[in-house]
Write a protein that binds this ligand. Structure first.
Ligand SMILES: Nc1ncnc2c1ncn2[C@@H]1O[C@H](COP(=O)(O)OP(=O)(O)OP(=O)(O)O)[C@@H](O)[C@H]1O
Length: 247
């Protein structure tokens, strides 16, 4: 589904991401962990296209997408969570998702088809809100959402793009402990649906362990290990990399 081949990002002589190889199978959940500064977000930036890789290839469904800008990758099914900054705070939750669906589907509808198309867009927006458990908040201004709700909205905006691979960068950030289980369930329910795969960076090990089929461990830009949670947790090299940090 997604193949990362020798992806590298150098700044001067320093390899921030160093020759990373990864494979993501259809329906698979791959968690990415690593100590602070290990290069996790940088790897995500290379995969989503926010930064151009210095070296390496990225294949989506066998097609080389490494040279494409983020919106072209998203259109092919490689979707990354929007940051909260891309949410229109004064517009309603529903309106935000509607705009994202519309942007994904393109605006070149013939006038006589517009009404039906508008209805379809709204149905898709409501379906996305339903999937993340935000239907009851659809009329609230997006700017008034609590942290946990904002993370759900970001996932709904991502769903608007109908991704076959979802890239989630710390979806639990800022979410209160009591809201974490619900968000974990939302993410779990979306994984594997129609073969959808997930690549997720997350600091909360308990969350990763609950969701991941495999875990990739980054350290100093390189991939230290990529295996089942049990094997990774028992790996002495991984434990060494985390020395001094709670694993
Ligand atoms: N644009 C940049 N210019 C210079 N150095 C950068 C840049 N972006 C990232 N770095 C450096 O690259 C390293 C990896 O950063 P990155 O944010 O990818 O790590 P991370 O694993 O996501 O860290 P964290 O867990 O703290 O979010 C860090 O040392 C960071 O300072």
């Amino acid at each position: 589904m997604l193949a990362v081949r020798g992806l590298t990002w150098r700044i001067g002589e320093v390899a921030i991401v160093d020759n990373v190889h990864l494979d993501l199978a259809p329906g698979e959940f791959l968690g990415v962990i690593g100590p602070n500064g290990a290069g996790k977000t940088s790897l995500f930036n290379l995969v989503s296209g926010l930064r151009p890789a210095t070296e390496g290839r990225l294949l989506l469904h066998g097609r080389d997408v490494g040279h494409l800008p983020p919106h072209r990758r998203a259109r092919l099914g490689l979707g990354r969570t929007f940051q909260s900054s891309s949410v229109f705070g004064s517009l309603s939750v529903r309106e935000n998702v509607r705009l994202a669906v519309q942007a994904h589907r393109g605006g070149s509808m013939r006038l006589w088809r517009r009404a039906a198309a508008d209805r379809d867009v709204l149905v898709a927006a409501d379906a996305a809100l339903d999937r993340v458990g935000l239907a009851g908040r659809r009329d609230a201004p997006a700017g008034t959402l609590a942290h946990g709700e904002k993370r759900k909205l970001e996932i709904a905006l991502l769903l608007a793009g109908e991704p076959s691979v979802m890239l989630l960068d710390e979806p639990m950030a800022g979410v209160s402990a009591e809201d974490v289980p619900e968000l974990v369930e939302v993410i779990r329910s979306l994984t594997g649906e129609a073969g959808r795969s997930v690549l997720m960076v997350e600091h909360h090990m308990d969350v990763i362990l609950r969701l991941a089929d495999r875990i990739a461990v980054m350290h100093h830009g390189a991939l230290l290990a990529c295996d089942t949670p049990e094997t990774v947790m028992a790996n002495p090299t991984v434990q060494q990399a985390y020395l001094g940090e709670a694993l």
